[in-house]
Design a protein around this ligand. Structure first.
Ligand SMILES: [Zn+2]
Ligand SMILES: [Zn+2]
Length: 346
């Protein structure tokens, strides 16, 4: 076995340590709650059964969404985003960066790409040899380009992106619920421990630690959950929150924001019965995204697009203010209203 291959295998194995840690903590909390609290400490059958039912419902949803976050393979750009063989040969033979950019721009014209690099260049991934779709980024840990990449999460040893962002949020929500269930039901026994009303058995130490561990995890998870719910409301990924996507009019943190309800539906889907279940219901294919421009309905758009270069600021009916100095030019902008997508400026 080559040393580099062995190193890579070692790194991959080490990456599972945080996941193993989470599993051990959850396994111990389950044992402490079911055996030490419900079996040894609680005497009322009704209380015991009701606690166990609530715990198992929250734990099932938590483990289900955690499992789906871990095992949902990150989606990579489709073959349509690879250079055609003739252009690829030219691109590889070419040393001049500006000529390479011309080749990329020519191919990008046929793709639903709207964003560019900070310098205005077409975003191209050298390791994957692919033109990056909007909101797609290369993950050095997964060694692939990931559609609508949010971040690489060591606690799930996976990239959080288009394929599993909804699962990740549900995982945080159900993990918080699991901690709340433990904290609220254990509190009275925790107080009994301090007032020395609990029998002096090993169970009391499990109950004490159960309360502290659940409270600590709850505080850290719920703050992360709050941040991600805010990002969903703004239609931003974590990467975009730190570095705004660059549109033809410049960087714009709100470029993909379509208003709260549409932003929410983009991640959770239109059908409310799927919102709380870790099954895939996000909208779109992860390759192209609506921008704020598609707020304009086709009738309004006609009037906006007719004369030369009319600014969107002039249209007071827009639900959300467009980016400053955003100008529509009928010669350079195409709207595909049937698909609800806005094509890039060329
Ligand atoms: Zn890549
Ligand atoms: Zn990754």
């Amino acid at each position: 076995m080559a040393p580099s291959h062995a190193l890579r295998c070692c790194k991959r194995a080490l990456n599972w340590i945080p996941v193993l840690f989470i599993n051990l903590v959850v396994g111990w909390s389950y044992y402490a709650y079911v055996v030490e609290l419900c079996v040894y400490t609680i005497h009322s059958n009704a209380e015991r059964v009701s606690y166990l039912v609530i715990l198992h419902i929250s734990l099932t949803m938590f483990i289900w969404s955690y499992w789906k976050t871990i095992w949902s393979k990150p989606t990579s750009p489709s073959k349509a985003f690879c250079l055609p063989s003739a252009e690829k040969d030219r691109f590889e033979r070419e040393d001049r960066a500006e000529v390479q950019q011309e080749i990329l721009k020519k191919v990008a014209k046929t793709l639903p790409i709207y964003t560019r690099t900070a310098g205005g260049a077409v975003r191209y991934c050298d390791p994957c040899q692919v033109i990056k779709p909007d909101r797609c980024h290369h993950c050095s840990t997964c060694e692939t380009c990931v559609l609508k990449m949010d971040h690489h999460c060591p606690w799930v040893n996976n990239c959080v992106g288009f394929s599993n962002y909804k699962f990740f949020i549900l995982f945080l929500a159900y993990a918080s619920l699991y901690c709340i269930v433990i904290c609220t039901t254990v509190t009275q026994y925790f107080i009994k421990f301090w007032t020395k009303k609990l029998k002096d058995t090993h169970a009391k130490f499990h109950i004490l630690f159960l309360f502290f561990v659940a409270a600590l995890f709850f505080i850290s998870i719920v703050s992360l959950l709050t941040y991600h719910l805010w990002l969903v409301g703004k239609n931003r990924t974590t990467i975009e929150a730190f570095r705004a996507a660059v549109f033809p009019n410049g960087p714009d943190k709100n470029g993909f924001s379509l208003g709260f309800s549409r932003n929410f539906c983009e991640v959770f889907g239109h059908r409310a019965e799927y919102w709380f279940v870790p099954v895939f219901s996000s909208l779109g294919d992860g390759h192209s995204f609506d921008t704020r421009l598609v707020h304009i309905d086709p009738e309004q758009a006609k009037s906006v697009l007719q004369p030369n270069e009319i600014t969107l600021e002039e249209n007071t009916d827009l639900p959300e203010p467009p980016a400053a100095h955003f100008r529509l030019n009928p010669k350079t902008t195409k709207h595909i209203f049937g698909l609800g997508r806005t094509r890039p400026f060329r």
